[in-house]
Write a protein that binds this ligand. Structure first.
Ligand code: HEC
Ligand code: HEC
Length: 214
């Protein structure tokens, strides 16, 4: 075999191997180093420099799935004269100055950070929280959270976000927002349908449990 033919065949296989590994993310990866500059100067005030939030109502972003992060930033951003798909006064303003490439860089930065494990704080509800998370509630038609968010809460990229270690207050606000229809950016109304079937007490129990899940 001639050397050049060999080189062509080798290049072909190298390319297809790369194509395979990049199919894990639906959108091309941004540059984490560039994202870090914005994250540590602008976003750190609320999400902490490494994306492990220390404030109850602000979400942790560290180790969150790249595609999910990018989707949320895009949803927070009003574009082409249309209103933002996800409404939050703070984030709608915070994300407004950044274009798609900067949002990809930010998503790459947070996805590459290591999530710090949290802890459940209410012993009285841990059993209910665990049971809802692992098995759901067949009688009420609530599916097991684990089936989409994974047994350890790490999420299943590209569609299903990490919930393990997420701040309980933040997750509670989101489930209630899905339930009352103020957060409507979940594809196919998946989370709105589930949250509608949950009581305040169940939401509190499962979000406290998820905070300690890792
Ligand atoms: C002043 C505080 C504040 C700043 C600064 C801020 N955020 Fe946020 N961020 C929030 C809050 C509060 C939420 C939750 C919004 C909600 O309840 O819908 C949030 C939500 C998010 C989410 C969605 C997380 C999820 O799990 O769905 C992403 C992504 C995000 N912020 C990225 C950023 C980026 C990138 C920056 C910097 C450009 C930034 N934020 C700056 C307060 C802030
Ligand atoms: C059929 C799949 C599916 C099941 C089952 C499911 N979820 Fe979700 N969940 C999703 C999807 C998809 C999203 C992301 C929606 C979006 O893109 O904005 C989500 C988002 C969330 C969020 C918001 C995350 C964030 O960072 O803002 C929370 C909290 C959540 N789910 C909790 C739960 C709980 C608790 C259960 C079990 C009672 C559950 N989910 C069951 C698919 C599912």
């Amino acid at each position: 075999m001639s050397r050049s033919l060999f080189a062509v065949i080798f290049a072909f296989f190298a390319c297809s191997a790369q194509a395979n590994s990049s199919t894990k993310v639906a959108v091309p990866m941004g540059d984490a180093a560039r994202g870090k500059e914005i994250a540590t100067t602008v976003c750190a005030a609320c999400h902490n420099a490494d994306g492990n939030s220390v404030m109850a109502q602000n979400p942790s972003l560290a180790g969150q799935s790249y595609d999910y992060l990018l989707k949320q930033m895009t949803d927070f951003k009003a574009a082409d004269g249309k209103p933002a798909l996800r409404v939050n006064a703070v984030m709608n303003g915070m994300i407004a100055p950044y274009d798609l490439n900067q949002m990809r860089d930010l998503a790459a930065y947070y996805a590459s950070q290591t999530p710090k494990p949290g802890a459940a704080t209410n012993e009285a509800t841990v059993q209910l929280g665990r049971s809802l998370y692992r098995r759901g509630d067949m009688k009420k038609g609530v599916p097991a959270c684990a089936s989409c968010h994974g047994p350890t809460g790490a999420g299943i990229p590209a569609q299903y976000p990490r919930v393990g270690g997420q701040r309980a207050d933040y997750a509670e606000i989101q489930l209630k927002a899905f339930r009352d229809g103020t957060r409507t950016n979940d594809p196919a109304k998946t989370m709105r349908t589930i949250a509608l079937k949950m009581t305040d007490a169940e939401i509190k129990a499962v979000t406290d449990y998820m905070a300690g899940l890792h």
